[in-house]
Design a protein around this ligand. Structure first.
Ligand code: NAP
Length: 280
């Protein structure tokens, strides 16, 4: 049984990023710059943005958060995104999800220039990724694919069940697994007989947003479990891990699995963005 140690894989990649950033600084006279937009007072979002910023600074990148009030309109957020799109020193723009309900999140995601969409939330970028055209990949599923790759998990021919179909996680996850030759089934809140489906999957990705929703003892023997969920208040994911070691052949721990890979992928994309910018 293998623990898919996202913390370890992310740290190895972070060291490589740190070296790249030093080289970029010497070459271009500045560090890669990530602009994070935080709308409103969501405490969890503040924590996530602060974690991303801290990792940026630790690896030598510049990062600044732009805080907009809870009462902001879609136009307010679009205005800031347009300014950041125009700023030649900004390499990546992250709009932290979720935004207050009066803000049209999708419209804002789609305003982010494709060349700066390092969080991979733009609809056109998603389409490009799904079609195998170069694009920044949505960070959480990209981090998961990179983690599987680091442990040499071959998805070819495996039956993957992705539970969740959100724009940022479930849908791009399914597309990436499909592009890696898995046979993919995407489940959601209207799916019938979910437990039966889960019990035949070779790879299960839990992206439901409900603590301990999927029971480990319902998984197929020797399957691979990816728990993308995170519930800081309970320090658990979307899977009830009771007895997991005796069932699966590999799994991601929570914390220390998918989370560190998400942040690492965001930073990797930001560095790539600056590399492309200076290479013209
Ligand atoms: P989301 O937007 O709330 O989407 C949840 C998905 O789960 C929806 O597609 C929903 O289906 C589906 N769902 C809800 N109840 C279900 C049920 N009973 N059976 C089957 N499917 C059900 O959440 P998200 O943003 O994708 O995030 C999912 C989880 O990942 C959360 O725990 C979040 O904290 C975590 N996350 C972690 C990271 C990280 O870096 N580790 C990053 C992002 C998110 P419908 O579409 O039908 O409503």
């Amino acid at each position: 049984m293998i623990i898919l140690d996202g913390k370890k894989v992310a740290e190895k990649s972070n060291l490589e990023i740190k070296n790249k950033v030093e080289n970029l600084k010497a070459q271009a006279g500045r560090s890669p710059f990530l602009a994070a937009i935080l709308v409103g007072d969501d405490k969890a979002s503040e924590t996530y943005v602060s974690m991303k910023e801290k990792t940026c600074h630790r690896l030598g990148l510049e990062s600044k958060s732009f805080k907009l009030p809870e009462s902001s309109s879609t136009e307010d957020v679009l205005g800031l995104i347009r300014e950041l799109n125009k700023n030649a020193n900004v390499d990546g723009i992250l709009l932290q999800h979720p935004v207050p309900k009066q803000v049209d999140e999708m419209k804002c995601f789609n305003e982010i220039g494709l060349d700066k969409d390092v969080d991979g939330v733009n609809t056109q970028g998603y389409g490009n990724m799904a079609m195998g055209i170069e694009a920044f990949h949505s960070c959480t599923p990209f981090g998961i694919m990179r983690l599987l790759d680091a442990y040499k998990v071959d998805c070819t021919g495996k039956l993957a069940i992705v539970v969740g179909r959100s724009q940022i996680l479930g849908k791009p996850m399914s597309a990436m697994l499909l592009n890696s030759n898995a046979t993919v089934l995407t489940a959601h809140s209207k799916t019938k007989n979910l437990n039966e489906l889960i019990s035949i999957g070779d790879i299960i990705v839990a992206a439901v947003g409900k603590p301990k929703f999927i029971k480990a003892n319902n998984l197929k023997k020797d399957s691979i479990l990816i728990d993308a969920g995170y519930h800081p208040e309970l320090n658990c994911g979307d899977v009830d891990m009771e007895g997991i070691e005796k069932i699966v052949s590999a799994y991601t721990p929570v914390p220390g699995g998918v989370g560190p890979m998400t942040i690492n992928s965001l930073i990797l994309n930001t560095v790539k963005s600056m590399e492309k910018r200076i290479d013209g």
